[in-house]
Design a binder for this molecule. Sequence first.
Ligand code: 16G
Ligand code: ZN
Length: 500
Amino acid sequence: MATEGMKQAILDAVSVYTKPEGKVFEYGTAGFRMKSELLNTVVFGVGLLAGLRSRKLKTQTIGVMITASHNPADDNGVKLIDPMAEWEAYATKLANTPLEKLGDVYEELIKEIDVTWTPWSSFGVLTAALNATGIEYTDFKYLTTPQLHYIVRCQNTLGTPYEYGEPTEQGYYEKISKAFKTVMKGRTTNGPVTVDCANGVGGPKLRELIKCGADYVKTRQRAPPSSKAAVNDRCASLDGDADRLVYYYLDTGNIFKLLDGDRIATLAASFIGELARNAGIADKLRIGVVQTAYANGASTQYIEKVLKLPVVCTPTGVKHLHHAAMRFDVGVYFEANGHGTITFSEQALKIIRSTEPKSPAQQYALQSLIGLTELINQAVGDALSDLLLVEVILAHKYWTPKEWISTYTDLPNRLVRIEVADRSIFKAVDAERKLESPPGLQQRIDALQSRYNRGRSFARASGTEDAVRVYAEAASRSEADDLATRVAAVVQEAGKAGKP
Ligand code: 16G
Ligand code: ZN
């Protein structure tokens, strides 16, 4: 919807121009052509229409060409690139609208064209503040959240010994795809991967990325309903701003199998551990994994017992995990929901880059590690970079998702959301694994979970919603469900007691 404010702004802006009387404008093959002094209000209309077309087509670029062509300079023209027939009709309509009706006609057109009015008003507010205070800024238009993190880090490390890369979107693609090619040398991916980009910015950006690494990956864009990946084919999902990634597949019994953030963490930690051993630098690198309480207990056990790596648990939220990861030389951190990346300390980078290989196998491992440090977004968890990371590892291990998922068996688990009057009374400690308030509640949860085989449960106040979340896992599905239900009940009761 065009707001009243917007309509008024249109009228104000156009009021300085005069519409030539009695002239009928027609959008021809070359757009509107006429003497430039007659063209002003027409150009204004084309400007309005270009805005609508750009909103309609979302991320595509719209061209407006103002040209004197090869004719005398005052014989002018304006056209839209690339209009379709009905858009020429809209242009003609706007060009012939009496100026005082322009706001109304614009509003009608919005309805007719069915423009989804994704409000860019926040952007306007932001730039208003920046302009008012004379701050220089660059508008990068559409980026994934991690791409912006990348550019900020590049910009802030320019000219230092830690220069992160070229601070542009193109620089991002080039860095990642070059690293991908390095680590994929001599390997091929095993069959296709289908990527669902949740209709978000990750879709067009993934296509840009693939253009740079086109000799490995080919895309076919399909609408979600028809994207039926075959049994055992890898599928991946990004979230809307492309900072979260999970994998999944259908097994031979057509059962949906999820490979979540815990799986990505264990896969990456095992691969990097292996490379470090092959490179002969395992004893020099402290590799660790950072998780939250939501990590499946089986994943934690696998990391500690099988991979023999330390695990640190932090409160929910990327900043906590990232901070803890940076205390390791190589810190692998992922939330179960797919937020995560791997951090490398300065010391780790130095060791990886400066170790002299003593055999071709060592050299290969060192080269692969160097490639990984470039492929992995060090600034923040990045679904596009994580996607390529998983692809690289599976290709190196010659694994399908079946081998990947068989490394350990997830404990059945259940998440319950409970609405409470006042979630602030639920105060968590010990990386959100325990509640210190309301008093007595933690003892009740402890007593419940001790009754179940491999039972583990915790409750914490959501940071994003007015609710308390209860997580429970246990050796069997029924035990996990039962534990979740019972803990939810005591939490609900405590929530009522705390009602103001
Ligand atoms: C935010 C966090 C995410 C966390 C989620 C938990 C960032 C960038 N995002 O979305 O990491 O998993 O909150 O939500 O830190 P909750 O507190 O409602 O459970
Ligand atoms: Zn996100």
